[in-house]
Design a protein around this ligand. Structure first.
Ligand SMILES: Nc1nc2c(ncn2[C@@H]2O[C@H](COP(=O)(O)OP(=O)(O)OP(=O)(O)O)[C@@H](O)[C@H]2O)c(=O)[nH]1
Length: 311
């Protein structure tokens, strides 16, 4: 019998026997309780555990979410990556980690929309569920927006990476920070200045982290669109998914007419963030993936409007 005929007549052992063949063993004697009420609750033991913990929780939690957007498409289902946590005092051993995902599932069934008001409610409720004075929630997601070619008007989809962080504290209230990283074109001013023709240009990554004012109203302002505009309107050129030749000519010439160092980008974006009334404090950085080097060029600037100063 050749190998093909052998395979045709193969008699497999049962699935249970197959598992034994590959090392599974019968369960041993059971001595510990199986009912929740009889189980030891280590997490809730009270003793002097030496230190307070600033934050304990779970991270890298992936979940489908809906996000609002004032740009097209206005309703988006995307994947959120969450971190949940709270502080715990020196006298408690641990947190109850199942309660984070329990609360997430509850909101999911109620149609969890990732807007700032809902996230604030979620965070305060989470503190209550954990029986703690504070809680924090962070969610990151790709945000999509339609972009049209400057001449042809042909549309396609671009995206930026967005993050919302909400801290709730029983005594001090809420602290909301939003972040956006968008991509731009930058053309080197030095290269343009010294060369007989051409100038090197590259894709730049602009990251903005913004502390929102207490009265921020997401119904009035889409923070994602506002931060994207701060990055793109100060770039050498915007980035497009669809470009026909007349579009390509326009963005090439626009970039040549608006050369920018990384330093120029962070200062110009900072000026726009300074002018946005919903921004209390911010950090902006730019990372250019240099086309004439293997390394990147980077710059960072931070500013607190309340203190009227850079770091
Ligand atoms: N505190 C703590 N829990 C962990 C750790 N690693 C895993 N766990 C979690 O322990 C969880 C079960 O604990 P709890 O959430 O306290 O469960 P419980 O006490 O039955 O829940 P409640 O009825 O809400 O009090 C599981 O979700 C595990 O993920 C850890 O390092 N610290």
């Amino acid at each position: 019998m050749n190998q093909t005929e052998l395979n045709k007549n193969k008699q497999l052992p049962s699935k249970k026997e197959r598992h034994k063949l590959f090392g599974s063993v019968d369960p041993g004697p059971r001595t510990k309780p199986e009912q929740k009420e009889k189980m030891v609750d280590l997490q809730n033991s009270k003793k002097d555990f030496l230190f307070n913990i600033d934050m304990v929780g779970i991270s890298n939690v992936k979940h489908p979410i809906q996000i609002p957007s004032q740009l097209v498409p206005q309703i988006q289902t995307t994947i959120g990556t969450f971190t949940f946590g709270s502080s715990i005092a020196q006298g408690s051993k641990g947190t109850n980690m199942s309660r984070f995902t329990e609360q997430l599932d509850k909101y999911h069934h109620e149609g969890f929309a990732i807007d700032i008001e809902t996230l604030k409610k979620f965070t305060k409720e989470l503190a209550g569920r954990l029986k703690q004075e504070d809680a924090e929630v962070e969610v990151s997601f790709p945000w999509f927006f339609e972009r049209k070619g400057p001449y042809s008007d042909l549309a396609g989809m671009n995206h930026a990476d967005a993050t919302i962080k909400v801290l709730y504290d029983h005594t001090t209230g809420y602290d909301v920070t939003v972040e956006l990283t968008g991509k731009i074109t930058t053309l080197c001013p030095c290269s343009k200045e010294i060369s007989e023709y051409s100038a090197h240009n590259q894709r730049g990554n602009v990251s903005m982290s913004v502390k929102l004012t207490e009265d921020f109203d997401e119904q009035q302002i889409d923070w994602k669109a506002a931060l994207l505009e701060a990055a793109e309107s100060n770039a050498s050129a915007r980035i497009h998914p669809v470009l026909k030749r007349p579009d390509e000519k326009m963005v090439t010439e626009q970039a040549y007419e608006n050369p920018r160092f990384v330093e120029d980008i962070v200062r110009l974006v900072a000026a726009d963030l300074y002018e946005y009334s919903f921004v209390e404090a911010f950090e902006v950085s730019c990372r250019n993936e240099e086309s004439i080097h293997l390394h990147d060029a980077v710059a960072t600037l931070s500013y607190d409007k309340k203190q009227e100063k850079t770091r």
